[in-house]
Design a protein around this ligand. Structure first.
Ligand SMILES: *[C@@H]1O[C@H](CO)[C@@H](O)[C@H](O)[C@H]1NC(C)=O
Ligand SMILES: *[C@@H]1O[C@H](CO)[C@@H](O)[C@H](O)[C@H]1NC(C)=O
Ligand SMILES: *[C@@H]1O[C@H](CO)[C@@H](O)[C@H](O)[C@H]1NC(C)=O
Ligand SMILES: *[C@@H]1O[C@H](CO)[C@@H](O)[C@H](O)[C@H]1NC(C)=O
Length: 479
């Protein structure tokens, strides 16, 4: 509600006098709804219809607005979007409330535990879950107490409530009145009168959250805005392959992986050494104990991570300095499929960004789309998984920058490659604010694209050519 009010207040300054009346009216309406929202337990359906009515009224007023007032129009559109969203949230709460009797957590209990966790505030967030025990109140009574051993379940009916309760405690001292701080399900909007103040407020939030063991990622806030340039370095090797630097340490060395199922890679001391060599085989050969599958390998902090397919799909971690396998693990996703339709050899595409190691993959379970997982490079364990909205169809490769996966599409007859779908695990970049990014004009069929966070370069293998693309970045959120 506060969001609506904020927009309306903001609009107040923009509109001419004849619209002022409308705005006042809207504001009164919203205030009324706001009061009543606190009683929504009793009357959810009525609020929803009221909101619908309000939205219709806004729509009707929009129709009548002077065509020149484009800014006003777009502001009002934004209000419409917000109303839509509130409506969806109300619908959601309604269904959760009505249909399922087993979602009524004993708030007090959870709240108590949050307080306990808060008291032991030296401990990390893990402690907060380690300490948590809860019960669920059903129509037939209360369940036995059980431990909450995982974080919030994606999609669970309880998640928004638990999240809100925890955030409520955690942000107690930094939260301001609306419209300066607005919390919406899992989004927090921080408003200020100047850019400087927003930054200061953000710092206060960071301090408050980190003090309690939460992680506040502020480092990595870049997104790709365009491809600034390309350099074709050499043509060496077959149609498909991969080349990369060590993306985790500062080194000049490059590694070449010719083909989609070999067991020998070639190491060069620098890009120059590679470009001036007679061919791939002029590099230092590194023999692996088993062959790799596809083009999805990654070199990170002196280790090679590659995919081996036998009965199962395994990740293998190979120490490039010692020349031996240090670990291998079955990738815990059932019924895997080739992740990109245009490069069917790659099942798992490993990617490195500023935040570490990622796996881009696909499964029968979600066969139309690309999935993403954060992998712990030390243990090869999966830390978290996401289903992205990005289609596998006509995808040729992908890379990850600052927690955002960029999926690159092409056509069966190679034409211009383009980034046409993005997915940001922090939810700051959506497809709407990431316009299609085209690769430079050239008929290309990339078999791999490997992003180097230290150089903001993409190492590409295109039909036997080794190419470097320079990326231009911009801020995800312009604060
Ligand atoms: C919580 O942490 C703050 C700062 O780290 C400290 O001053 C305070 O005493 C702690 N509270 C408890 C109950 O441990
Ligand atoms: C909570 O964190 C503290 C300090 O980080 C640690 O010593 C303790 O073992 C943790 N407790 C649990 C239950 O994980
Ligand atoms: C944040 O950035 C600084 C400097 O750019 C870097 O030293 C630090 O390791 C980064 N932290 C994380 C968590 O990535
Ligand atoms: C690279 O791979 C291609 C086919 O995949 C093969 O024809 C060629 O001989 C390989 N080159 C080297 C140097 O291994």
């Amino acid at each position: 509600m506060n969001v609506l009010r904020f927009f309306v207040v903001l609009l107040g300054g923009l509109v001419a006098a004849q619209q002022q009346a409308l705005m006042d009216y809207l504001e009164t309406r919203l205030l009324a709804i706001e009061d009543r929202i606190s009683l929504w337990h009793e009357q959810t359906s009525r609020y929803t219809s009221e909101l619908r009515e309000l939205k219709q009224q806004i729509g009707a007023q929009l129709e009548g607005l002077d065509k020149n007032k484009e800014t006003l129009r777009s502001e009002l559109d934004a209000v419409g979007v917000r109303v839509d969203r509130v409506e969806r949230e109300m619908d959601y709460l309604e269904t959760q409330n009505g249909a399922q009797p087993c979602v009524d957590v004993d708030d007090k209990l959870v709240e108590q535990q949050v307080t306990v966790a808060k008291e032991r505030n030296k401990s990390k967030y893990a402690n907060l879950t380690a300490l948590s025990r809860t019960v669920v109140k059903c129509a037939i009574g209360q369940t036995e107490e059980f431990k909450v051993e995982v974080g919030l379940h994606q999609g669970s009916a309880l998640s928004p409530f638990l999240f809100a309760m925890v955030m409520d405690q955690l942000s107690e001292e930094v939260r301001q009145e609306s419209p300066w701080t607005m919390m919406f399900a899992d989004d927090i909007v921080i408003c200020s009168e100047s850019r400087e103040q927003v930054k200061q407020n953000l710092e206060r939030w960071r301090f408050a959250l980190e003090r309690r063991g939460m992680i506040f990622s502020r480092n990595c806030s870049d997104m790709v805005s365009r491809i600034k340039g390309m350099k074709i370095l050499k043509r060496a090797g077959g149609v498909k392959g991969m080349w990369t630097k060590d993306m985790g340490v500062s080194t000049a060395k490059v590694y070449l992986f010719n083909g989609t199922g070999e067991d020998t890679l070639y190491e060069f001391s620098s890009v120059r050494d590679f470009t001036s060599s007679l061919g791939i085989a002029a590099g230092k050969a590194v023999q692996l104990p088993s062959s790799w599958q596809g083009m999805g390998h990654a070199v990170y902090k002196n280790h090679l991570y590659y995919v081996k397919v036998s009965e199962e799909i395994k990740l293998v971690k190979f120490d490039l300095q010692k020349g031996s396998v240090v670990d291998s693990a079955v990738f815990p996703a059932k019924d895997q499929l080739p992740v990109y339709s245009l490069n069917s050899e790659t099942y798992i595409d490993l990617a490195i960004d500023e935040e570490g190691l990622w796996a881009i993959y696909a499964t029968k379970n979600n066969e139309k789309h690309v999935s993403l997982a954060k992998v712990d490079p030390k243990t090869l364990a999966i830390e978290q998984m996401w289903d992205t909205p990005c289609s596998r169809e006509n995808a040729e490769a992908a890379f990850v920058v600052c927690g955002t996966v960029y999926v690159v599409y092409n056509s069966k007859l190679p034409s211009r490659s383009r980034i046409q779908c993005v997915f940001d695990v922090s939810d700051m970049v959506t497809n709407d604010d990431a316009p299609t990014v085209y690769f430079p004009k050239r008929s290309a069929a990339h078999s791999s694209l490997k992003y180097s966070p230290m150089e903001q370069l993409v190492y590409a293998w295109d039909d036997g050519y080794q190419i470097l693309y320079k990326l231009q970045m911009k801020k995800k959120l312009d604060v």
